[in-house]
Ligand binder design. Sequence first.
Ligand SMILES: [Zn+2]
Length: 208
Amino acid sequence: MSLREQLCEYGRRAVELGLVIGTSGNLSVREGDLVAVTPSGVALDRLTPESCPVVDLTGRRVEGELRPSSETPMHLAVYETTDARAIVHTHSVFGTVVATTMTELPPVHYNALLLGGTVRVAEYATYGTPELAANVRAALEGGKRAALMANHGGMTLGATLEEAFEATRLLEWLCEVYVRALGVGKPTVLTEDQLAAVVDRMLNPPPL
Ligand SMILES: [Zn+2]
């Protein structure tokens, strides 16, 4: 599947799963010095490969009929400082709830390790601005695979678009668990030792 076909496929899935509504949210996937990104102003389940722009790492459009998403500078800033090859950004409900009320998502489930443990909430800045791109980049420091964005949504990285998409599903699940747990009582946060033990078990699985 071409990069632009992948955008259509995962854009459709993002809408189907309720991770985005209408034109909110954007996806990108990188190959070499080129990035295919979803266009501005088109619902993610209505994309066509031809409509999806391809930009170089400075943001100049080299292919595609439509203007790149307004969050393209944020995607490019993250590609500049990470090994990501795909990025998914959504305004999913529980991610946005956490990003509107907290400064971080604590690790209450060991699967948070797949995103780098605690997920930071990037400071608020207007969408599409270099300030927002810088804040998100800071929130990803230390090899994080996900960040939340204050009063806005969340973003995840991956080595492939499938990986970044699954990370977004996991981020939303972790946020939902945390928010629902808060409604029941005081969630217990896993300790550094407990998380280290999980990493150890992942790296050294017991023999079958
Ligand atoms: Zn957004």
